[in-house]
Write a protein that binds this ligand. Structure first.
Ligand code: NAP
Length: 301
């Protein structure tokens, strides 16, 4: 039995584990997939204070090694349910194992949003991808499209433009959420094209993707863009339904908690992208991890 169970081994969860261990308590981290969360998909992190440039994977690995060196235990099993009898919290995993602790930190992050159009699941891994760093190399010298207008889409497009023959950025409006500096770089690249005010409405190709159909939002006109790959980067969605009895969820499914990272249930805290907040960055995830961990240690007394 650990002092604190942390659900999620992304930057928020691993930062929390570091702070729990350094506070003289023990942390057990449950992770459904692999450590690092979304940051492992980021080619270059250039906005973490004190580190000028590092790959997302190297950053995640350094966090993981720091947490485990301090004694945090990391178990790769998905937390399915969370219950409490008031004092003790019980987490049951997909593997059927029950873990108990007096304090729990929910650091479940968020998952890639899907377009929700026909054949999206069928063609995932056959041209459709949600991770340019993971799959970009398969499309060397080939035309690809990136859908989205946030930082992920722009960074993915920049990364892909370095070795794909052509990158078409498809975005549903004129304005971009992503950083103007990256947008400017993309606008100056010869192999990058923009298709704006447009949505991807069909995925074409058998057995692999060979084109996307886009529909102009203003004119309703449809056209096909020949591509070997489509990188979908239209944001993230949380998945906190399993905890809805013990924490309040906001309208979008994020855990309602303020900057103190406390939920409505004493002893249950939350950190990182899964929490209601306006800025979701590596720095804010790491700082949430510290705040939630120290609040949990204070709760334990
Ligand atoms: P995001 O900022 O939420 O952007 C999502 C984009 O997808 C928006 O342009 C949105 O369009 C579009 N979109 C949403 N739903 C759509 C749909 N159903 N169909 C078509 N388009 C849709 O997501 P993100 O780019 O993944 O970034 C998430 C957070 O991580 C942001 O805070 C971002 O700044 C941060 N981030 C930081 C870094 C970094 O610091 N290096 C790197 C990557 C991401 P609208 O604009 O019209 O809503």
């Amino acid at each position: 039995m650990a002092d604190v169970i942390i659900i999620g081994a992304g930057p928020a969860g691993l930062s929390a584990a570091i702070y729990v261990q350094r506070a003289g308590k023990t942390a057990l981290v449950l992770e459904a997939f692999t450590y690092g969360g979304q940051i492992v998909n980021t080619p270059e992190v250039e906005n973490y204070p004190g580190i000028a440039k590092i790959s997302g994977f190297d950053f995640a690995t350094a966090l993981y090694e720091q947490a485990t060196a301090l004694g945090a235990e990391i178990v790769f099993d998905r937390a399915e349910t969370l219950e409490t009898d008031g004092e003790m919290k019980k987490v049951t995993t997909t593997g059927g194992v029950e873990y108990k602790a007096r304090a729990v930190i929910l650091a479940t992050g968020a998952k890639n949003r899907h377009l929700g159009i026909g054949r999206e699941e069928e063609l995932t891994g056959r041209g459709v991808s949600y991770c340019a760093t993971c799959d970009g190399a398969f499309f060397k010298g080939k035309p690809v499209a990136v859908n989205g207008g946030g930082n992920t889409a722009l960074e993915d497009a920049l990364f892909l433009s370095n070795y794909c023959s052509k990158v078409t950025i498809i975005h549903r409006r004129e304005g971009f959420r992503g950083e103007p500096a990256i947008l400017e770089t993309l606008r100056n690249k010869e192999n990058v094209e923009f298709v704006l005010n447009a949505t991807v409405t069909a995925l074409i190709g058998e057995p692999k993707l060979s084109a996307v159909e886009v529909t102009d939002k203003l004119s309703g006109e449809k056209k096909e863009i020949p591509v070997d790959g489509l990188f979908i980067a239209i944001g993230q969605e949380p998945d906190n339904r399993a905890f809805a009895d013990l924490v309040e969820l906001d309208g979008a499914g994020y855990i309602a908690a303020g900057e103190d990272c406390r939920t409505k249930t004493p002893g249950i805290f939350t950190a990182g992208d899964c929490r209601t907040k306006t800025v979701r960055q590596l720095t804010t995830a790491a700082s949430d991890g510290a705040v939630a961990a120290l609040a949990a240690c204070q709760y334990l007394g």
